[in-house]
Design a protein around this ligand. Structure first.
Ligand code: KIV
Length: 281
């Protein structure tokens, strides 16, 4: 790929480098009918690559529980686990809006708890917005955050923190529950959320929600009609062993890394590395 392609900023930046994407840019993109990409990031180096490629929003997802910390769900990860990752992504980027995911147990208890957690992500890690999961049951939390000046990204559909209630990672919003999801989305918009992630829902429902809301929808396993699309970077780069049906693998990083580290190991055992080129005198 040529560097002019890899360094092209998305239209969301309005042609301006040197400043971060804001919620106003996100709202303007919806008005213009512009689609945009979001990816997860958990460290400074990958954040810099995605930022320079023009990804306008980086999500420090609680998916870090699985892809960084090796748990089998998102439930065990804590605020203290995600705080340094968020700070690293902020340091590694200069143009993207960095959204911090509020982990399980850090906001459900009360609006006060949500506020305390979100304030930590904003003050200590430098996040520009937070994301939380749920519909009408978290409206008081969304209202408290928004009135404190904290932009909130909502998350509906397959909300992984509720995997035990769903009985597994399965498509949500089929049949009548689609109407409930639509009502949740409208209430979240009214409460002040600036965007909403729709995860693993039928494409027709995602399209209906997208056309009914004035805030952008961000799809993951929600078909082609949402305003934005998000993927976990390890999924899109081909690091994940058994990705979900909605994942498209844009690279085979696992294979590339396997070959590279085997080549290194072979050269070390054969005494072929380091050569004079990589040696100080
Ligand atoms: O935690 C995460 O990475 C997410 C995205 C998949 C939306 O919530």
């Amino acid at each position: 790929m040529s560097s002019s392609v890899t360094s092209r900023p998305t239209a969301l930046y309005g042609g301006q480098a040197g400043r971060r994407v804001t919620v106003r840019d996100i709202a303007a993109a919806k008005e213009r009918g512009e689609r945009w990409p979001m990816v997860t990031a958990y460290d400074a180096m990958t954040a810099r690559i995605f930022d320079e490629a023009g990804i306008p929003v980086l999500l420090v997802g609680d998916s870090a529980a699985m892809v960084v910390y090796g748990y089998d769900s998102t439930l065990p990860v804590s605020v203290d686990d995600l705080m340094p990752l968020t700070a690293a992504v902020v340091r590694g980027s200069s143009r993207a809006m960095v959204v911090a995911d509020l982990p399980f147990g850090s906001y459900q208890a009360s609006p006060q708890q949500a506020l305390e957690t979100a304030v930590r992500f904003m003050k200590e890690a430098g996040a520009h917005a937070v994301k939380l999961e749920g519909g009408r049951r978290v409206l008081p939390q969304v209202e408290a955050l928004v009135s404190a000046g904290i932009p909130v990204m909502a998350h509906l559909g397959l909300t992984p923190q509720s995997v035990n209630v769903f009985g597994g990672y399965r498509v949500q919003g089929r049949g009548q529950s689609g109407d409930e999801l639509m009502a949740d989305a409208k209430d979240l918009e009214a409460a002040g959320a600036f965007s909403v992630v729709l995860e693993c829902v039928p494409a027709e429902l995602a399209e209906r929600v997208t056309t009914s809301l004035s805030i952008p929808t961000i799809g993951i396993g929600a078909g082609p009609s949402t305003d934005a699309q998000v993927l976990v970077w390890q999924d899109l780069m081909g690091l994940t062993e058994r990705p979900a049906k909605f994942v498209k693998k844009y690279f085979n990083l696992a294979q590339e890394m396997d070959q590279a580290v085997r080549a290194f190991a072979d050269e070390v055992t054969a005494g072929a590395f380091p050569t004079p080129e990589h040696t100080y005198h």
